[in-house]
Each structure stands twice: as structure tokens, then as C-alpha cells.
Design a protein around this ligand. Structure first.
Ligand code: ZN
Length: 424
């Protein structure tokens, strides 16, 4: 028996989906099979993301091509013939001539060439619509790398997957697992020893997908995570500190998430909305905002999937998406108080604080007082189109999801259940 075999004897191979990881037999008890729900759901949403991103990019190209065609037809002299002659100057030599009238003229010629030709290769680099690169993924707290390996091996069309961990032994294990999974994994996945916060801050907008799956609260990672996501990219974030988010220690929740929880029947929905409000507030600091596509409460944790965009004007709408909650201490009654409102006069829209209070001093149902909680995210927490296409995608690939039953049941519930804490 060689050294390698002897070494391998100490390990047990755990397989999940198409990935395999080596676990020291002494550590195998720490393998948590419940987490397969989390990973399957993430893979399902990522597949939707890859497909939607491609679709959006194609739509953008079509739109641009149409408008260019339109412009060039208006501008070019008719004597120019059928346009094919202008294809030649449209090749690479035009770079750097975009200033001045001459540049403008060439620019228009190029527009015409592009509108009439199906050959994108004739378009100069400054005019070429950026190629859609395969999405790059960052797993901020990767541990042994099982999740990153599954992403790389199972999701078609994914680019590089960067797996970070702050613990040297975990990174070593991750590197070992990458090797163990063969070239399909080692070509794509790379493991680094790093503090995820520092790494994300030093790679602004570089990742199409950022995955945060910490033990406990993700709060300390949010500020850097919202900066690492590319425009239109996806942030996936887990929180397992459910007791805190559900109101067991309101003051702890406030210190971590900037929101006060109240105890109500909607505890898990409230937890999701507190996490979303927190992510939004970090995003807003950098002129960015979130659009949730799916928010789920599973097993002992919650997980949200949000897209991140940049827009200085859209962030003015942030207060319209947040609310305080008045929860009666005597009965189930509760009311939402939106933080902001808009006043429209003709064409101008002005932003103003919300008008309150929305409740009387005592509950009209039972006569008791109200607790005030929040602010929570009171805009939609799912995008129904995303939910339905994710569900359809999962059903079409049943064999590829070890937790098929669990995730289809969660997605079906999400698509059917009426939410309580929504202003919309
Ligand atoms: Zn009441």
C-alpha cells in the first residue's frame, strides 16, 4: 500500500449531487446532511440566474441593434449604396478616433455596418457590445468547498468559482477536495485563505454571484458583500440566528441588523424582512439597491436571494420599501407604517416622510397597547417569475437534485402563500 492510499484510508468520501468531498473519518459526524436543502436551492436559483442573465443580455443587444439601425437609416446619405462597402472601415483600425466630427462620422458608418451585417467581428472594440462572460462566483465562507464544487460541476455556463475561508485547515481541505474532483473542478474552482470581508472589499463589483452562508449572523459580511457584487449580480445570504431575528433578544437583533423585531405569528417572514432591510441599507450607502428574487425560511435558517443594482435615483425610493410594525401586545392585530411617501405635482415627484401614527393609542380589537418594531423590508420579497421558472427548472431536472422533494415543496409554498407584512 502506497503513501497515498494510506492517507486516503483516514478519509471517508461523502458524495452530494455530482461532487465528492473527503472527510476525515474522525470528523465525518460534522457532515450536516440538512444543508443539502440549502445547496440544492442555491443551485436551482443559480440555474435560473444564468438563464435569465443570458436572456437579458440578448434583449439588450437586440434593443441596441434596433436603435442603431434606426439611427443609421436616418443619418447616412442614400448614395452610400447598400451599405456593404462600409463594412471594411468598420474593422479594428478605428480605435481612438471617437473624438471630433471625424470620429462621429466614422461612428455612424460603423453603426450602419453593424446594423446590416450579422458579423460582430467587424465592430471595433469601443463600439462592440461587451461579450457576456460566464458568471464568476464567490463563496465567501467555503469551509471544505462542497458547495463551490457542486456549483462548478453541476451548473452549466458558470465561470470561475472562488472559494474563500479564513481557516488554514479548511483551505487545505478545500484544495484537497478540488483535486479529488478531477479536472472538471480544478479548472474552475480556486481556494484562497482570506478574510472574506477584506477580499470582497478589494474586489469591488467583480463577482456576478456572491454566496454568504455563515454559521450564525451574516451581519458583519454584508457591507463588503454588497460592494463585491457586479451590477445585476446575485447576492445569496443565509442567517441561522433565528432566535435573534424572531425577537428573543430584540436589542441584539437591533445591534446586528439595525431593526427591532416584534413577536407575532409572522415570525419567519419578519426575519426575512429584517435581513432584507439590512442588506438594502448597506447597499444604499454605495448608491446601490436590491431586488429580492426569492426569500425562504427552511429548516433552522433563512436564506435570501437578491439582485444588486446601482442607481442614485432609485435609492431615493428606499424609504418607500421600508416600514415600522405596530404589533398589539394583547391580540394578533398588527399594522405597517411606511417610512416614506411621494408627493406628485404635475411631472415632479417629491419625497416626504410617512404620515403617522397609523394606529390609535390602544388596539381597537382588544384595548391593549402596541409594540413598535422595524424598520422591515415591506416591498415584495420574491419575484414570482423567478420563483415559477426556478420551480419549473427543478421539475425538469428532477434527478439532479438530491433534495428534490424538499425544495419543490418550499418553492411551491412560496408561489402560493399570501404574505402578511407587505405594503404592496
Ligand atoms: Zn389587540
Amino acid at each position: 500500500m502506497g503513501d497515498v492510499e494510506k492517507k486516503l484510508e483516514a478519509y471517508e468520501v461523502k458524495r452530494e449531487g455530482e461532487a465528492e468531498i473527503l472527510m476525515l473519518k474522525t470528523n465525518a459526524v460534522f457532515f450536516n446532511p440538512v444543508q443539502v436543502h440549502n445547496r440544492d436551492m442555491s443551485i436551482a436559483v443559480l440555474r435560473t440566474f444564468v438563464a435569465n442573465r443570458k436572456e437579458e443580455h440578448e434583449e439588450m443587444i437586440n434593443k441596441r441593434n434596433k436603435s442603431r439601425q434606426h439611427v443609421s437609416q436616418d443619418i447616412l446619405p442614400k448614395a452610400d449604396g447598400d451599405g456593404t462597402s462600409s463594412e471594411q472601415p468598420a474593422s479594428s483600425s478605428l480605435d481612438g478616433e471617437i473624438n471630433g466630427d471625424h470620429g462621429k462620422e466614422l461612428h455612424r458608418t460603423v453603426d450602419k455596418a453593424e446594423g446590416l451585417s450579422t458579423e460582430a467581428t467587424h465592430t471595433p472594440s469601443w463600439k462592440r457590445i461587451r461579450e457576456l462572460n460566464a458568471p464568476v462566483v464567490l463563496e465567501a465562507l467555503a469551509a471544505s468547498g462542497l458547495r463551490s464544487l457542486r456549483y462548478a460541476r453541476e451548473i452549466d455556463g458558470l465561470g470561475k468559482v472562488v472559494a474563500l475561508d479564513n481557516d488554514e485547515a479548511s483551505v487545505e481541505a478545500c484544495k484537497r477536495n478540488i483535486k479529488f474532483n478531477g479536472s472538471a473542478a480544478s479548472d474552475k474552482v480556486e481556494a484562497h485563505l482570506a478574510d472574506a470581508r477584506v477580499y470582497m472589499l478589494s474586489h469591488p463589483k467583480e463577482f456576478d454571484v456572491v454566496d454568504l452562508d455563515p454559521y450564525g449572523s451574516p451581519a458583519i459580511f454584508l457591507d463588503s458583500a454588497v460592494q463585491a457584487v457586479a451590477d445585476g449580480g446575485l447576492l445569496m445570504c443565509t442567517a441561522t440566528d433565528m432566535a435573534v431575528l424572531c425577537g428573543a433578544n430584540g436589542e441584539v437583533c437591533y445591534s446586528k441588523y439595525g431593526s427591532y423585531p416584534v413577536k407575532g405569528k409572522y415570525c419567519h417572514e419578519m426575519a426575512l424582512r429584517i435581513l432584507l432591510a439590512c442588506i438594502e441599507s448597506h447597499a444604499n450607502r454605495y448608491k446601490r439597491f436590491i431586488v429580492p428574487v426569492l426569500s425562504v425560511s427552511m429548516d433552522f435558517y433563512i436564506r435570501v436571494f437578491v439582485r444588486v443594482f446601482t442607481s442614485a435615483s432609485e435609492i431615493k425610493n428606499a424609504p418607500l420599501k421600508l416600514s415600522y410594525v405596530y404589533q398589539c401586545v394583547g391580540c394578533d392585530s398588527f399594522h405597517l407604517q411606511c417610512l416614506g411617501r411621494t408627493v406628485t405635482k404635475g411631472k415632479s415627484v417629491k419625497y416626504a416622510p410617512g404620515i403617522g401614527p397609523v394606529v390609535p393609542q390602544v388596539c381597537s380589537d382588544c384595548g391593549k397597547k402596541f409594540n413598535v418594531g422595524g424598520p422591515i423590508w415591506s416591498a415584495p420579497i420574491h419575484d414570482q417569475d423567478w420563483v415559477l421558472s426556478t420551480l419549473a427548472g427543478v421539475k425538469a431536472m428532477k434527478d439532479r437534485y438530491p433534495a428534490y422533494n424538499k425544495i419543490t415543496s418550499v418553492l411551491t409554498t412560496v408561489s402560493e402563500v399570501l404574505l402578511l407584512l407587505s405594503c404592496y
